[in-house]
Design a protein around this ligand. Structure first.
Ligand code: FAD
Ligand code: SF4
Length: 397
């Protein structure tokens, strides 16, 4: 008699059904598959278990007494890098796409889970298993919306693939790591990006409409290290809006509840993380978490300019002041916002200190959000490292 694996008995939820994590669901895609069988254990918003999964993935959890690990998670190296020849149309210089292409070309993996967009809408995510470099390139650039990347997990099993690369953000990767052993793979590689303040498609529209001068022509945006949001438009023109001028009163409800309760900004469970916030402006920031991550980065080292990470300034005052401002939904007049942006850019936190600024601001905000909206979850849902980070600040009641 052949045995039936337990998840085969479970049924994916209909796309319209309420998810087990209810309003906190980040639409990671797990519940669109028969792996929903594991949801109570695997969902990042039902069962936060970063410490345990760090141990399984990297052989140890982060050293809380090491200030860099407290903030950036388990790692053996951190560098700033950029592609000598950037990929046209990538989010930054295209390091993520380049690593994926190299892994496929060298036969390290048979497929790459990544997210393209639909034909009709450049910001509507469409997860795929890419099997050619062209399909990987078609997934370049951020889809700044919640994306059900794990919805293709059933296809992975059906395809019979044994070696797979998954590209994804923290909540997707946490659920993936929790079901990794059930996937029947010989080798799973995980290439992560940091992620924060994501939105659903309707929320994205509201954000673009309240912030950009021409919401319909935006092709790309990023909250950058110069304390401005940079928009790129279809005609190649750019637009910048200072963070301090954002209409926080209108934007308060835009971010998805999952992202308002997330403490895995730096994608703790990926093998390799590629972002930008710990690097100088124009460079990308790379965190090598384990030997698998090192193997992945080594594949593209000859295509990169690199430099050591640095840190300058002191974020603490700026973070403390931003807490009540966000809480009360204060928006500065545009002239004052611009002035504040200029001053803080000149004297403010740079490099790793900028990354800490961003982590502190988001963790304090999210801690207050969970405390007010889901007080019963606060103790178990906030990881110890985040409690320590938040504990450095005075929070309003
Ligand atoms: P590219 O070569 O352009 O490849 C981008 C890859 O991202 C593609 O493979 C695609 O599959 C994947 N992807 C796109 N959208 C999604 C999505 N919604 N979910 C999962 N995977 C996706 N970095 C920071 O340092 N600080 C931040 O605050 C920060 N916030 C981010 C918020 C979001 C919503 C996202 C998706 C990313 C964020 N990043 C952040 C990461 C950063 O913006 C870049 O994605 C990263 O530096 C890689 O750039 P690249 O040019 O190498 O990527
Ligand atoms: Fe399911 Fe993912 Fe939503 Fe959790 S976040 S309920 S695992 S789809």
């Amino acid at each position: 008699m052949t045995s039936v694996s337990p998840h085969k008995k479970a049924r994916a939820l209909k796309s319209t059904s309420r998810r087990p994590a209810k309003e906190l669901c980040s639409e990671c895609g797990l519940c669109d598959t028969y792996y929903i069988h594991y949801v109570k254990e695997a969902c990042a918003f039902i069962n936060q278990q970063i410490g345990e999964l760090e141990e399984e993935t990297h052989t140890r959890s982060r050293h809380l007494e090491n200030p860099d690990e407290l903030y950036f998670g388990v790692h053996q190296d951190m560098i700033a890098a950029k592609k000598q020849q950037p990929i046209e149309g990538a989010q930054w210089t295209g390091i993520v796409s380049s690593i994926a292409i190299e892994m496929l070309n060298r036969g390290l993996v048979e497929g790459v889970v990544c997210v393209q967009n639909t034909k009709e809408d450049r910001f509507q995510p469409m997860p795929v298993i890419a099997r050619t470099p062209e399909e990987i390139l078609a997934a370049r650039v951020n889809k700044p919306t919640l994306s059900p990347n794990l919805s293709i997990l059933e296809q992975v099993e059906k395809s019979g693939m044994k070696r797979l690369l998954v590209i994804g953000v923290g909540c997707q990767i946490q659920a993936l790591r929790a079901v990794e052993k059930q996937l029947g793979l010989e080798k799973l590689y995980v290439l992560g990006t940091p992620c924060v303040d994501n939105v659903n498609r309707a929320g994205l529209q509201k954000f673009l409409e309240t912030t950009s001068r021409s919401p319909d022509t935006v092709v790309h945006y990023e909250f950058m290290q110069d304390f401005r949001v940079h928009f790129k438009h279809e005609d190649g023109s750019s637009e910048t809006v200072p963070f301090f001028g954002l209409k926080t009163n209108k934007l308060k409800d835009v971010f998805a509840p999952s992202c308002m309760s997330c403490f895995d900004y730096v994608n703790s469970l990926a093998d390799l993380v590629v972002g930008y916030m710990g690097a100088p402006f124009g460079w990308q920031w790379i965190v090598v978490r384990n030997d698998t991550g090192k193997e992945m980065l080594d594949l593209v080292k000859d295509q990169l300019d690199t430099q050591p990470v640095t840190s300058k300034g002191n974020r603490k005052e700026a973070v403390q002041q931003s807490i009540p401002a966000y809480d009360k939904g204060v928006t500065l007049p545009m002239w004052a916002a611009k002035l504040m942006g200029v001053v803080i850019e000149k004297i403010g936190p740079k490099g790793l200190e900028y990354a800490r600024f961003s982590i502190d601001s988001h963790f304090t905000r999210n801690y207050l959000y969970v405390k007010r909206n889901h007080p019963e979850k606060l103790e178990a849902h906030v990881p110890e490292f985040a409690k320590r980070i938040v504990g450095q600040y005075k929070l309003p009641e």
